[in-house]
Design a binder for this molecule. Structure first.
Ligand code: NI
Length: 224
């Protein structure tokens, strides 16, 4: 399941983060790429370690994990630190698949879900689409600032060259309590349906049964 989620950040948050990134220090993105991804990766990433960077990462992480649709679709167990990437002057990231395991020591996580949270207005730059390449064909994403696309980390994907302006995004990876994308989709659908029933009819017997099934499926599948 590939899902676009709107309005994760408010316009005020987006503009504050952009201003902070204007002053941020960026470095060659190849530093964090594996040996074959390095061949096709040409972007910049905000240097880690600054106090300001820590604050920005915490703000984006809180907005994501506090978003109900993100919670329903991702069911996060652990998350990598957020990374701020920048593409300009023809920068691009060719086809690749994200590393299956990231981090070191106790901080290692299995990457189940990848996300890209767009920070610049789509009209302010040319190119920079995130393109996923699945058996159903290619799909291209260039979302409004503050919106995110989430996709299984098993997906082959690329970022088209940015030929005008700059494309800044917050990206990251999540280990889900539900490893299998098909199982995550079942839970997402059930959860969506029961919430719609609740909105229409309140806490009915059908709502209770769906809630029970949703909880018990998680008891079968959840890795904690
Ligand atoms: Ni990637």
């Amino acid at each position: 399941m590939i899902l676009c989620i709107g309005n994760i950040l408010t316009p005020e948050q987006v503009s504050r983060i952009r201003t902070a990134l204007d002053d941020g220090q960026f470095e060659d993105g190849r530093k964090t790429a594996g040996w074959h991804a390095r061949l096709v990766k040409n972007n910049e990433q905000m240097a880690s370690g600054s106090a300001q960077g820590r604050e920005l990462r915490a703000e984006v992480e809180a907005a994501l994990t506090g978003h109900p649709v993100f919670q329903m679709a991702v069911r996060p167990r652990r998350m990598t630190p957020i990374l701020f990437s920048r593409y300009r002057d023809g920068m691009t990231y060719g086809n690749h698949v994200d590393d299956p395991v990231m981090g070191r020591g106790d901080n290692r996580i299995r990457t189940d879900i990848s996300f890209t949270l767009f920070l610049d207005d789509p009209d302010s730059y040319d190119g920079g689409e995130l393109v996923t390449d699945t058996t159903a064909g290619e799909q291209s994403y260039k979302l409004p600032a503050g919106s995110a696309v989430i996709y299984p980390s098993s997906t082959l994907h690329r970022v088209e060259p940015v030929t005008r302006g700059q494309r800044r995004v917050a990206i990251g990876w999540i280990q889900s309590t539900i490893r299998d994308p098909a199982q995550r989709e079942v839970l997402f659908d059930l959860d969506t349906a029961r919430r719609q029933i609740f909105e229409r009819e309140g806490k009915t017997a059908e709502f209770d049964l769906l809630t029970k099934s949703l909880a018990n499926l998680q008891r079968f599948w959840a890795e904690i």
